[in-house]
Design a protein around this ligand. Sequence first.
Ligand SMILES: [Zn+2]
Length: 410
Amino acid sequence: MIDPEEASAQAEDGFRRMWAELLPVGRHGGSGGYRRHAWTAADAECRAWFEEQARTRGLAYEVDGNGNQWAWSGDPAAGGAVVTGSHLDSVPDGGAFDGPLGVVSAFAALDLLREHDATGSRPLGIVNFGDEEGARFGVACVGSRLMTGVLDPGRARALTDDGGVTLATAVERAGRDPSALGRDEERLSRIAAFVELHVEQGRNLGDAPIGVASAIWPHGRWRFDFRGQANHAGTTRMEDRRDPMPAFAAAVLDAQERARRAGALATFGKVAVEPNGTNAIASRVTAWLDSRAADPGVLDALVAEITRASGAEVTRESYTPVVDFDGPLRDRLAGLLGGAPVLPTGAGHDAGILASAIPTAMLFVRNPTGVSHSPEEHAERADCLAGVAALARVLEDLLADPVREGPARR
Ligand SMILES: [Zn+2]
């Protein structure tokens, strides 16, 4: 059995090497943050790194029709596979850990299993899901949503980036066939369990370096359109103005106050102003609300109240229902890790998408400042290594006796 303390020390050199290789890829010199957007040159470099990791370990390497990369120990066609992994793309000026920590830890955990002769007879897969952050085309978890059929391939192909390039074109330029997008029944049916390790992106772990996810809060994005009339900032009397900016500002403050009272989260993090001139009263302010809560009813009520109070025209652009991770698997992982804390998260993940099709679990690695989606995102090396050891322990156990056999649950 893999001993966590011993395994942490064993994993250190391999982890350090892989981390150093990925660290400069897609890093912006000015901000220090990462710009690894889907199907860009930086993304291609990350993907080349993944393929190289697979090849140097003698793993079977493949890319599925949805652009997700897979590295296999054992024959995936045998079925009953245990899979781990995460994503390598980033938000604009994201941190180094969100995504890559799960992929690097997956390879490091496989190395540990091999050292301990504990890979078993069952296939073990490592995956890099494509376009998790949705930074370029506006929809998150595209690779896993396509794989599970949650996202319609026709809709995916038509998604467009800020430069007017469709996802279909971007995929094609990256040398892939956009007509191959869609639900991947065969691959899903081969997987018995999926575990994603991820930096926590909050400060709820406290004294514990590792935790297990219980649920992902329901969350969504709403577009608020505040309309007014463009006019001269120097000649229009204050009482004659139809300025949408004050209504927008009031909505931001109102959303904060209501979310605080409801124990929920509400964020206006993106705003577009027309005509966006210093000396012009705005004709229109468009702002996007991201809101999340533990309870779907609380979230619905909160967004309805913010909408009503704002006076804006509001369009729901996306909504992800609550995800409860597989109960027995979650409890089993917490037990294996010596009673690791079990906690929910407000962040979306590929694991949340896969949970609808496959028994799925998540491990969180402590994020001491709680800062994420920022160049300042950080996790201590010792905690990362504890994460690798925990993941190896979990995989060892699942490989010996997975959650279930046979075809995937629907
Ligand atoms: Zn992530």
